[in-house]
Design a protein around this ligand. Structure first.
Ligand SMILES: [Zn+2]
Length: 288
């Protein structure tokens, strides 16, 4: 009798232990993932991969904010500290987020093996978004293993939406013939490279990016390239407004050199794909 009672107690405690453990487990796994991204277009990728298994907050959503010199507030710090994963560009672009108390960080520059000092405008290469989606499926799966398969499926679906961009890049490449182009800043360079164009004024562009005026000789050389039609088109980042660039744009118009307008950040009412597709179309139009 005593033996029987003992086994009964054992059974009950085992059951209780199992139940408590099992219950705790499901509670943790059913929690939604809390993801934070610095830039809104990375938020789009994160949302697509997460599906309904979490929420995404992007810190910079206004096209009027320059991510190069964004200032984090106490509110920003609080959002970052609560995130399961913080996704940022890296390569020196938005490293301010690293100073906030995030639990776990993922840098897109690390995913792309790009170091500080190299071109940090990584999103202008659509393969960045493909690789990021795959990496996010892996990272989210580590935090929430029960949805591993769903994350992988979502990533595959998302990557298909990028195919349009790759097709347009290929189409442009057929007629770019290694021609030279000039740029106001290195913002669009990864796309230009995929299109098969060569940048004629990298030194000039770097100066504008850093907020200083290009040298006299760099300006003179660019003016001559425009007048002598040595470049196929000029790429203008419309979010910066230096008088040097304004003068270059006027000279392009006088000399019948097309100006392709691009932005550094996602414009309002656009998605990553419609934004880039619009700019790629502008390049296609120069080939007509
Ligand atoms: Zn920039």
């Amino acid at each position: 009798m005593r033996k029987k009672l003992f086994s009964f107690i054992l059974l009950v405690s085992a059951f209780l232990a199992f139940f408590t453990f099992g219950h705790k487990n499901t509670a943790a796994a059913s929690d939604k993932l809390n993801v934070v991204t610095t830039l809104d277009f990375y938020g789009e990728t994160a949302k697509a991969v997460l599906g309904d298994h979490g929420t995404v907050t992007s810190l910079i959503t206004s096209p009027n904010v320059d991510p190069h010199d964004f200032e984090a507030t106490t509110k920003t710090a609080k959002i970052v500290s609560k995130a399961d994963l913080v996704i940022y560009n890296g390569a020196g672009y938005d490293n301010w987020v690293k100073k906030l108390n995030g639990k776990k960080y993922l840098s897109v520059a690390d995913v792309m093996k790009v170091k500080e000092g190299q071109n940090e405008h990584l999103w202008y290469d659509p393969t960045t978004m493909e690789k990021l989606a795959d990496r996010l499926a892996t990272e989210f799966g580590k935090i929430q293993p029960k949805n591993k398969v769903a994350f992988k499926k979502n990533a595959t679906k998302y990557k298909k939406t990028l195919a349009k961009l790759t097709q347009t890049l290929d189409k442009i490449k057929q007629n770019s013939n290694n021609q030279k182009v000039a740029v106001s800043e290195p913002v669009f360079d990864y796309s230009l490279k995929k299109m098969g164009y060569k940048i004629a004024n990298s030194h000039f562009a770097k100066a504008t990016e850093e907020g200083s005026d290009p040298s006299y000789s760099d300006i003179k050389k660019l003016q001559n390239d425009i007048k002598n039609k040595k470049i196929a088109f000029f790429v203008q980042n419309t979010q910066s407004d230096s008088s040097v660039i304004k003068n270059i744009v006027s000279l392009c118009k006088e000399s019948n050199i097309p100006v392709v307008k691009v932005t550094e950040t996602l414009p309002k009412n656009k998605t990553y794909v419609t934004w880039l597709q619009g700019e790629y179309q502008a390049v296609l139009d120069t080939q007509k």
